[in-house]
Design a protein around this ligand. Structure first.
Ligand SMILES: [Zn+2]
Length: 290
């Protein structure tokens, strides 16, 4: 539980709304410098030869459980399929009403499956790797209704994988519609503030309270370092906006598009958007077990 609660939790807190508005304006007009690099993805063969560490880096019981699930997933013949099977079988939140009252507990298996699912993706080592990534690899998440934290603007980390950008934009549009249907007039903007997108491994290692700090070659390593995850801060998020978001996120978890958790300490939603290959595999399993 603690491991789940801590995933990616960190140092990104929402700015004041006035500051945010200025930053957003700046964000919309600013782009990272793009320099093509040729950093290869980790080959599949290497992934299959991966061997579990003899000792868990984190000795607590929860973290050991996370390690056990992660090791089993990574040690299988088909890590992506293994994680897809988990997300398909554990996607249901039976009654949405419950979500608005009592939040379902996250599990070490959910955390471990997320890390297993992204293991074969490219992980960005440094901030330079992020700012110099090919322009179609990490893309800006510009949307007039979505805010971004100061950290992201300052470090030019307001980018993510294309499928994450697409999801955030859809989420904003659907949240707008959800709120508009509930009240007269247009919803208050921004609809939500993204407090984290892609992080380099260097930055992740400074996340002192994260269990996925990429400390060694085989250590747990946050999905943020692949650009496939983003956080939405709950700071300054109205109850109405929060309820609308939760409802949509829950639907998307049930339909096999995302995995998301509420991080109590970080006070934000951590949302892992399934990469296309994983989404396809989840759909296969979900079709077998509707
Ligand atoms: Zn996160």
């Amino acid at each position: 539980m603690m491991a789940i609660a801590l995933i990616g939790a960190g140092l990104f807190w929402g700015p004041q709304s006035e500051v945010f508005a200025k930053r957003k304006e700046k964000t919309l007009n600013q782009r990272p410098v793009r320099v093509t690099t040729t950093k290869p993805r980790r080959p599949v063969a290497e992934m299959r030869e991966w061997q579990p560490s003899a000792q868990p880096v984190h000795p607590s019981a929860t973290k050991v459980e996370t390690w056990n699930v992660y090791n089993a997933c990574m040690g299988s013949d088909d890590p992506l399929g293994k994680s897809a099977e988990f997300f398909a079988s554990d996607r249901k939140i039976s009654v949405l009403k419950k979500i608005l009252g009592k939040w379902p507990l996250d599990t070490p298996a959910r955390f471990a499956s997320e890390l297993c699912a992204v293991d074969a993706l490219k992980h960005y080592e440094t901030l330079l790797d992020i700012t110099s990534a090919p322009k179609d690899e990490l893309v800006s998440v510009d949307h007039p209704w979505v805010g971004q934290n100061d950290d992201l603007v300052r470090d030019q980390r307001y980018v993510a994988s294309p499928w994450v950008r697409d999801y955030i934009r859809q989420l904003a549009n659907r949240t707008f519609e959800e709120l508009r249907d509930r009240a007269d007039g247009a919803p208050t903007l921004p609809l939500f503030v993204v407090s984290s997108l892609v992080r380099s491994k260097d930055i992740q290692r400074k996340q002192w309270n994260s269990p996925a700090r990429c400390e060694t070659e085989n250590a747990l390593c946050s999905s943020h370092t692949t650009g496939s995850t983003f956080d939405i801060t709950l700071k300054d998020l109205s109850g109405e906006h929060n309820a609308a978001l939760k409802k949509i996120l829950a639907r998307d978890r049930e339909s096999g598009k995302i995995s998301f958790i509420l991080e109590p300490r970080g006070n934000h939603y951590h949302i892992f958007v399934f990469p296309p290959e994983l989404a396809a595999r989840v759909a296969e399993f979900a079709a077998q077990h509707p």
